[in-house]
Ligand binder design. Sequence first.
Ligand code: NDP
Length: 247
Amino acid sequence: SLTLQNKCALVTGGSRGIGAAIVKRLAREGAAVALTYVSNPGRADETVKAAQAFGVRALAIEADSADAKAVVAAVERTVGELGGIDILVNSAGIGVMGSIYSYRLEDFDHMLAVNVRAVFVATQAAVQHMKTSGRIINIGSCNADRMPFAGGAVYAMSKAALVGLVKGLARDLGPLGITINNVQPGPIDTDMNPADSDFAEVLRTQVMALRRYGSVDEVAAMVAYLAGPEAGFVTGASLMIDGGFTA
Ligand code: NDP
């Protein structure tokens, strides 16, 4: 039988990119899935239809991760419409790069609100409803461990924050049998980080061990493992999937 049959999942930032691949993979494993998006109802709808093609319930919820009330409402709607929440994947994220000499405080606050505060808020809302064997998975970044170029400090900080967050929350949630982990991708071909840019060529040839970008499906496979019954002993961990970016 399917590994996630009868499970209900919420994936933030599930309309495009890594999040959309996770939505489809969890659906393929039998989970009912809700996704959030902020700006792209068309792509959200496409991903919902692709998930439904696996014979599961799926829905899209507009919820800006920068808005804590909207994030809590998305969790509550997931519970209401799917009948519970067993798996929370925090994938929504942004990367505003810029030099320390010109970086705007608004961008600093927005990045932390989406990449860090929303993860905490969604987790806090979800665990009120989670039963034993609940699963929380955040999409961090290899940049938590290595930032090989200038201008990425705030992004790296936001992803490094998740490393500490899951260590601490693993202690809060361990007695309940709920696990919480980070997946830390290296360069993955998405709208955020297209594999055909000049920047990508520098990463492939000068930073990575494997000289290629990863695919969204490779990341989704690691998330599916962490979401499934075989990963019950993994918690508080930050798992690298980076083509040797940090090697
Ligand atoms: P994309 O930019 O391709 O997609 C971002 C997704 O997040 C979209 O679904 C978007 O929704 C959603 N999103 C963005 N901002 C918000 C917000 N404020 N509220 C709700 N949803 C939001 O990004 P990726 O798929 O590349 O990245 C996904 C995650 O993976 C991020 O956390 C990123 O930091 C991380 N990551 C990416 C890497 C890469 O190389 N691509 C490497 C390491 C980590 P909408 O469609 O509505 O805009």
